[in-house]
Write a protein that binds this ligand. Sequence first.
Ligand SMILES: [Zn+2]
Length: 46
Amino acid sequence: MQTKNPMEFFRNLPSKQCAECGQQIQEQHESYLMECDYCLSKKEEY
Ligand SMILES: [Zn+2]
């Protein structure tokens, strides 16, 4: 038997926080993203 799908684990999380600024991330991104819109947009500049 395998363990649960990792996606299940992410779905069970109550909320995510941005790894950069600690802001709460709304569930509008794919689960692998660990940063908020603001920090992501900063990163896209380079
Ligand atoms: Zn952020």
